[in-house]
Design a protein around this ligand. Structure first.
Ligand SMILES: Nc1ncnc2c1ncn2[C@@H]1O[C@H](COP(=O)(O)OP(=O)(O)OP(=O)(O)O)[C@@H](O)[C@H]1O
Ligand SMILES: [Mg+2]
Length: 387
């Protein structure tokens, strides 16, 4: 290994670590953060190229790939695909120890460069490891004079920080998914109970009533019983329809969010006596399906909360669209949130999770005069002139 004049000084390395720690502790997107870490690695070692690959969950290949020092889009176009994680990169995953080479093409584990790949000679690769688990690798190439032991130490530290960031982000994503699934499960349980208790019982009474009719010799009694049974069927039908709307309102698929929310407001008014105004200014264009579903579910839970907890006489739903954002406001004139929520309360948590999954934000304001839930979600921009 050729040691060079271009050794990073201790001060350089300290500065690199301070920079990377600052990046880690700021609220950056994982993409931006990893990109910044490899940029620091490139600058501090004096390498020409750097890349960071993150393994997919199945560990069969790379899920994410970041580069620095080359025009990624152009290289991708010329090569036609991201590295599959074979060859040297695969070797770094199978045997996660730092690897320093003067000429990577000479290494027997190298699988060579695909056509269109820029030529590269010297190489420093380190695994991205957290508590012994490999998340990917970080590697640099083309340093004048070759990579040094100091470079290796510095890059390993940066790779460790990348690992922590990746692990954290995967854990947050998993937790959030788990909570959404838990919420769905609770909802299904409630609907199952309602189907069993309400609808099941109603159908059982109808069955018993029909039996009575069957064996009744008296025409007047048969007529009276039929009349009663017909009312019961009408009621049950209404219940089943309401349940179907709760599961997935047809209006949402057929007519869009505004129509679905107007229908929802009507149902709430009928059921609970709450006055619900809907003010919608979304324009003619439909929103992406997941945005419509999310905003609908949030409105549904927020109105349920109004009825359950607020004591409000009226509530309003306001929907607005700007060029690339949608806003939903659910306001009530009730008594506001009092005390801490139950430990197993999932409504507000679910609303936040759903919003976060779309990259949006939820704000909750509450006073003795009422509560407001406001949600802002990014959407693909409308064409100019329509906004
Ligand atoms: N509009 C509101 N007015 C007054 N209090 C509210 C309102 N919305 C929520 N709260 C309070 O916030 C708490 C948390 O709400 P959240 O929806 O998370 O749970 P929950 O409604 O109690 O239970 P779950 O939604 O899981 O069935 C409620 O228990 C209630 O005390
Ligand atoms: Mg609730």
């Amino acid at each position: 290994m050729v040691e060079t004049m271009e050794n990073t000084t201790l001060e350089d390395r300290l500065r690199a670590l301070i920079e990377s720690s600052a990046a880690l502790s700021s609220d950056l997107d994982l993409d931006v953060l990893l990109q910044r870490l490899i940029e620091i690695a490139t600058r501090m070692t004096g390498a020409r190229y750097a890349a960071l690959g993150v393994l997919n969950e199945a560990r069969s290949g790379l899920a994410l790939f970041y580069t620095h020092g080359l025009d990624r889009d152009r290289a991708l176009k010329e090569i036609g695909h991201l590295p599959a994680g074979h060859g040297l990169l695969g070797a770094l995953i199978a045997d996660p120890r730092p690897l320093r080479l003067d000429d990577l093409q000479q290494d027997p584990r190298s699988s060579g460069f695909p056509a269109g790949h820029p030529p590269m000679t010297n190489f420093l690769g380190v695994p991205v490891l957290v508590r012994g688990r490999v998340y990917g690798n970080l590697y640099l190439t083309e340093k004048a004079g070759g990579f040094t032991a100091d470079d290796e130490e510095l890059v390993s530290l940066l790779a460790g920080q990348a690992g922590i960031a990746i692990e954290l982000s995967q854990r947050v994503a998993r937790d959030s998914l788990r909570r959404v699934l838990q919420g769905q499960e609770l909802e299904r349980r409630r609907l199952a109970r309602e189907l069993h208790d309400e609808t099941g019982q109603a159908l059982t009474s109808i069955l018993l009533g029909l039996k009575e009719v069957e064996s009744s010799p008296d025409a007047a009694a048969v007529r009276a019983a039929t009349q009663r049974l017909r009312e019961l069927v009408v009621e049950t039908l209404q219940d089943v329809r309401a349940l179907a709307v709760e599961l997935r309102p047809r209006a949402l698929d057929d007519f869009g969010l505004t129509a679905a929310l107007e229908r929802l407001a009507e149902i709430f008014s009928q059921k609970s006596g709450l006055t619900v105004d809907v003010v919608a200014a979304l324009g003619p264009a439909r929103l992406p399906e997941e945005v419509e579903t999310t905003l609908y579910r949030i409105a549904q839970e927020a109105l349920t909360n109004v009825v359950k907890h607020s004591g409000a006489a009226s509530a309003s739903l306001v929907l607005r669209r700007r060029r690339d954002r949608v806003f939903l406001l659910v306001e009530d004139d009730g008594g506001g949130i009092q005390g801490e929520p139950r430990a197993d309360a999932i409504g507000l948590v679910g609303m936040r999770e759903r919003t976060a999954l779309l990259g949006g934000q939820l704000r909750l304001e509450s006073s003795a005069n009422g509560t407001t839930v406001s949600v802002e979600v990014p959407v693909p921009p409308l064409a100019e002139g329509l906004s």
